[in-house]
Ligand binder design. Sequence first.
Ligand SMILES: Nc1ncnc2c1ncn2[C@@H]1O[C@H](COP(=O)(O)OP(=O)(O)OP(=O)(O)O)[C@@H](O)[C@H]1O
Ligand SMILES: [Mg+2]
Length: 339
Amino acid sequence: MNTLSQTVYEHSPVIDKDTLSVDDLVIDFALDNALFNRKYMRAVNGVSFTIKSGEALAVVGESGSGKSTCARALTRLYEPTSGNLSLNGKNINDKQNPIKQADLAKEIQMIFQDPFGSLNPVHTIRHHLYRPIKLHMPHLKGEAIENYMIQMLEKVGLTPAKQTADKYPHELSGGQRQRVAIARAVATGAKFILADEPISMLDVSIRLGILNLMSDMKDEGIGFLYITHDIATARYFAERTAVMYVGHMVEWGESDSVTQNPQHPYTQLLISAVPEVGKKRVEGSIKDKTQGQIPLWTPESIGCPFASRCPKATEKCSLEMPPVQQLGEDHFARCFAIG
Ligand SMILES: Nc1ncnc2c1ncn2[C@@H]1O[C@H](COP(=O)(O)OP(=O)(O)OP(=O)(O)O)[C@@H](O)[C@H]1O
Ligand SMILES: [Mg+2]
């Protein structure tokens, strides 16, 4: 286990029970179809984290930083190039003794950015909920399925539930559709929800309602991977935050600490790029000093991925991966310029 994994695990006293763990995950994608000397990009590079039941980990970072790829690997949509993914201590990708896809789906569910795209327009809300309930709650029969479905719709605030069940997706608002997606995920009895930008397509005025609903689910013991571009909601919803850049976790730890006292130049850039209501553009902020290109990371790449854009970079940064530095009880970053 590398240093990064160790630091993450040391801060996760309960490893096996009710945990979803990613340890040193690497995912490469082919850049061409060559038979020999095929070229790859490294979309995820040595990512490690643990999510416990009833807790949320927010993953923030700009487009293409590998956030969704990590989530997709956890549902087995992508095969890891290397690394270990485990649910309650059991290896998700164990080829000798694989977890059945239906059993994995019972434990881990995804919620996507586009609540309309994830619902079939020709089916009612009842139809959308019946299928997962029948599949994952086989002990429920007939009227018990209907009652459980009504209970789920009420739980996510879609009342009157019976009327909602008879509606088609286009008859609901974006926020209501996202509530259906959450009800469907929770109805399976899932312990972990991977929410990939679940509020980014919703009107700002209803985002808080969805976040509060997810917080209620968290209080009931569901663990969340919350993928977002919005660092403010990361702090609002998640106990812990990980900042990703070009497939690497560059800073992570307790959300308050990471967002209020960011130490990695990339996290500082992300936070300085958030416009504040009532504040005008600040001249000379870090974003003005980061002119370089986002690199294409490959298995052969070396150094810190942010070196080409970092205002604090030295020659060493382009040659060596910075070690993990502990900045607080639960606050870590990889950067030579810290300390
Ligand atoms: N199936 C795939 N085949 C090839 N490349 C892929 C595939 N999926 C993702 N990638 C690449 O991997 C990198 C990471 O993509 P990913 O979707 O994980 O980013 P992200 O952080 O979720 O971005 P966004 O915030 O835009 O959703 C990107 O460069 C992307 O083009
Ligand atoms: Mg994404």
